[in-house]
Design a protein around this ligand. Sequence first.
Ligand code: HSE
Length: 389
Amino acid sequence: MSQPALQPVPRVGLVGWRGMVGSVLMQRMSEERDFDAIETTFFSTSTAGKPAPKITGCKVFDPILRDGNDVNALKTMDIIITCQGGDYTKAIYKPLREAGWKGHWIDASKILRMDDDAIIILDPINMPVIKTALSKGISNWIGGNCTVSCMLMGVGALYKAGLVEWMQTSTYQAASGGGAPNMRELLVQYGALYAEVKDLLDDPASAILEIDRKVTAKQRAFTPEETTNFRGIPLGGNLIPWIDADRGDGTSLEEWKGGAETNKIMGLGSMFGTPEIPIDSTCVRIGSMRCHSQSLTFKLKKDVPLADIEDMIKNDNPWAKFVPNERVATETQLTAKNVAGTMNIPVGRVRKLAMGPEYLGTFTIGDQLLWGAAEPLRRMLRIIQGDIA
Ligand code: HSE
């Protein structure tokens, strides 16, 4: 398998640039001047023929939106980046390859993630895996599950060092993981709950149990229209300890991804001829906007001094930020409010656990739209161009 040599200025087709992940990607590509060294063509599955968007720093090669379902138009691209979603990948990827297209396919959706000829990209953590694949002619580069990517950006050092015997995670996942409508629905519910008890809140003499009773009654009275995005369950003032499909074995699809994708990213498992590290998760949706948090328990293969573990986390990559295991540092740095919209991946609550010196607890948080979705895609473009080594 081999790819054609890349043009000095590659032609890059962008699909799904208007949605939430796509918009974050466009913003990051502008900030990092990724458009300077590419010829960009924007594709659309709904408004082909309309003018291409004006995105800061992007001098479009093609002023017209091309049809995202037109395989012949897509075939002229050296690289395609899609945030259009799984249905698009299912419909277009195969016909495009069958038509003889040999370009690089960079995809935010999960559809191809576990395929043998696809790599899950998270280069600060798995650059050796990416480089080996590039040298073998692999050309499918798929963004990982947001929870997995944010976790590995924080504690990938422990995996790289081969220290992890097993890991268990309990997640606290933001509404954005469900999509933009889920975030809107959450805020509308918060507003409705507040409105329900505003008069009582304004009265300092009102009873808190009466306020609580009214809030709970309101949650239970939300209509199907007010709760469409989380399958009829209100997230406002609530939590939902199940994310994604029921696999029928007591785990959710999101939980399965935790183990399968972490191993694949690290180059472990049957695809690489090595044993997998056991990883188990309980994935929970909570009412925050765009940051996924996780409480991690590790069993390490040996007793490593805490100071060494802290140094490994600090030195692994420029975005992992070690947070001292103290109250004020944790309250001010290890929160969604602090991290949303930033590239930082704080890692804190790092401590040995009561079960023994090989047991390690940590807590980490990341913006699931940045490292969890858009950032690995734009970095893969730069890796292909030789700009990130
Ligand atoms: N599946 C994730 C979530 C988002 O629902 O939070 C995409 O990786």
